[in-house]
Design a protein around this ligand. Structure first.
Ligand code: DOR
Ligand code: ZN
Length: 344
């Protein structure tokens, strides 16, 4: 049987929520990854070190006893984040980055930043204390076509941030366009990016052709095929600027399958299997380990993990849902067959 063994990977962009959903999803991620960068867009958002440390404890409580998993915490940057909080974050061994959401760009981003220029003094502080800035790169202008929002953000805001803070480490999260890939490739070594499994495996037909499929709806929205091909090329290129970040974003099935469904794909149940499919299709399985296990850790200046995980070429069918009756989550590729399976 064909197998693939790689160094234990990290997920550099993950939503695990809190409460009941956290208990459902945490075992999935802890089985696949040694560490994950935890997104702070809870209700209310995680804006202080004290909140992040409490959230970290809640996450650890949800990790099955037999698994070893380290949450890497982030803080939510707002117009009223204080310089003092940034200093505290820099001094904490548990806080690894700040997340910038343009206000209104996505799930729980109401507390995000409305005027990016106005927070330049905070970005200068992040640069000074060498804390990475993680960016949801989309404009929120209603007049901007949803398929153009990432490209326009790069031109109007990202280029400006990069020019003004040449020493700031930036992760452009969940790339979806050729323009974003080109921006990251052309930038200095301080600018890197995550790529999700859904943006490697699907183009926008997966949301809209032959019926509307809410479980493929996430933000930034999946783009046309030419963009997917560029993303696959970047992820499989061996360029250390591109690394694994699932953006696994669980929402209850009832909140996805409704007249106005939430944005987010749940992929934590089979993250490595999904990436393995994308890399195998590109005949680049030999590039998976760097993307999944080395480049993200290196960018965040964390030691590379020492254990390994093994994937087997064994077909299995993804269950229709996870979680308790009445509060279930529908995973990516529900009821569909995957070619690879992670060994326990
Ligand atoms: O689709 C998304 N879901 N994109 C995001 O940026 C946030 C995420 C969520 O938290 O649900
Ligand atoms: Zn996200």
């Amino acid at each position: 049987m064909k197998t693939l063994t790689i160094t234990k990977p990290d997920d550099l962009h993950l939503h695990v929520r809190n409460g009941a959903i956290l208990k459902t999803v945490m075992p999935h991620t802890a089985r696949q990854f040694a560490r994950a960068i935890i997104m702070p867009n809870l209700k209310p958002p995680v804006t202080t070190v004290a909140q992040a440390l409490a959230y970290r404890e809640e996450i650890l409580q949800a990790v099955p006893a037999e698994l070893d998993f380290t949450p890497l915490m982030t803080l939510y940057l707002t117009g009223s984040t204080s310089v003092d909080e940034i200093k505290k974050a820099a001094a904490s061994e548990y806080i690894h980055a700040f997340k910038l959401y343009p206000a209104g760009a996505t799930t729980n981003s109401d507390s995000g930043v409305a005027d990016i220029k106005a927070i330049f003094p905070l970005l200068a502080t992040l640069e000074k204390y060498d804390l990475p800035l993680l960016i949801h790169g989309e404009v929120t202008d209603d007049a901007c076509d949803i398929f153009d929002r990432e490209r326009v953000f790069i031109d109007t805001s990202l280029a400006d941030i990069a020019d003004n803070f040449p020493g700031l480490r930036i992760v452009v999260e969940h790339l979806t366009t050729t323009e974003a890939v080109q921006f990251v490739q052309a930038a200095g070594a301080n600018i890197a990016a995550t790529i999700t499994p859904q943006h490697l495996l699907f183009n926008r037909n997966a949301i809209l052709a032959g019926g509307i499929r809410p479980h493929h709806y996430c933000l930034p929205i999946i783009k046309r095929e030419s963009h997917r091909l560029t993303l696959v090329e970047a992820a499989t290129s061996g360029n250390p600027k591109f690394f694994l970040g699932t953006d696994s974003a669980p929402h209850l099935t009832s909140l996805k399958e409704t007249a106005c469904g939430c944005a987010g794909c749940y992929s934590a149940h089979a993250a490595l299997e999904l990436y393995a499919e994308a890399f195998e299709q590109a005949d680049a399985l030999d590039k998976l380990e760097g993307f999944a296990s080395f480049y993200g850790a290196d960018f965040y200046r964390l030691p590379r993990n020492t254990g390994t995980v093994t994937l087997e070429k064994t077909a299995w069918t993804v269950p229709p849902e996870y979680g308790e009756n009445g509060s279930t989550i529908t995973p990516l590729k529900a009821n569909e067959e995957l070619r690879w399976k992670l060994n326990d």
